[in-house]
Design a protein around this ligand. Sequence first.
Ligand SMILES: Cc1ncc(COP(=O)(O)O)c(C=O)c1O
Length: 378
Amino acid sequence: MSVFLDNAATSFPKPDAVYQAMDAAMREVGVAPGRGGYRQSLAAARIVFEARSALARFFGVSDSSRLVFTHSATESINIAVFGLLKPGDHVVSTSVEHNALSRPLHLAAKRGVEVTFVPSEACGVVSEQDIARAMRPNTRLVALAHCSNVTGAVQPIAGIARVARQGGALFLVDAAQSAGFFPIDVEQIGIDLLAAPGHKGLYGPPGTGILAVGPGIVLEPLQVGGTGGSASNPEPPEQMPERLESGTINTPAIAGLKAGLEFIEATGLDVIRARETALVDQLLAGLSGITGVRLYGPLQGERGAAVSFNVEGHDPAALGYLLDSEYDISVRVGLHCAPDVHRSIGSFPEGTVRVSPGFFNTESDIDFFIKALREIIS
Ligand SMILES: Cc1ncc(COP(=O)(O)O)c(C=O)c1O
């Protein structure tokens, strides 16, 4: 029995329709969208258009041309950070960010942007009031992850959106762990820039991501090149999404992402979240019953589907190795690309064992994992 419990990294497996859509797009369309007037290219463009429209609807983006396809949440965040910020601007972020956001901010700081990392409480949640206190007259951006990939802690983004707006700043949300888990309506919440991966909760393939850019926000592109139209202009086009999407788009991957979203809509976000939450509750109960286990992050209330723990006297890396080699259970160990989170919760430098169930896991997967862990540490 092989058990995959690393859905916070990339969801696996995908719904069958995702594999089928990618296969069909490769075989039947398989060309660059928007680069030719012939039927095959138009069919590719239709897939991309329909995927863009569906994702825009899903995230409450009324103008779908402002939803850009990228390769990952990381790329989306980089486009937002470097496309927006100038030397002298100030950014408010937090001490519990993934490197996908903290590294771009550290690099921006080297280039003359001021950055404040607001510390979190012990459970990994950041208070709206602390964000408000960090705001300055030159704060151009408030940027943070909606949900932690280490602790599952959820930030109060609606309140933080109001703080950002009142302070005249834009609000960038890294929804890597919340897209496809919590409902997110960018216009209702007041999110100006939403970065999300396609390959986690949206069930698309690796190498997909999106960036939603609010009305009127003009970002400098990170890369420029061919966009299909406006070819005689040496400058990148003004119009979206072309401005931020130069180069040939990965149509088969986007076809897969579209099928992933259709799966979510057909199944129901509430149903998906309820199932994953039940698995997380089972996991937390099972782990709490093991002597020597220390759990991190919120133990009750609203949380995401990543659960981190350590076992007294055991190295997390060794536990992960034994779970894989002896039981064929895939979990992630170490810092999970988020060292600052571990510094905040007290698990730096060795990190934690992270278990992240997904929609396709079962109760018996969790039972098997708990039994395996008990055997390893006994
Ligand atoms: C909170 C968070 N932000 C950003 C990322 C980066 O996502 P991607 O791999 O799509 O770049 C991850 C991935 O684990 C994440 O958990």
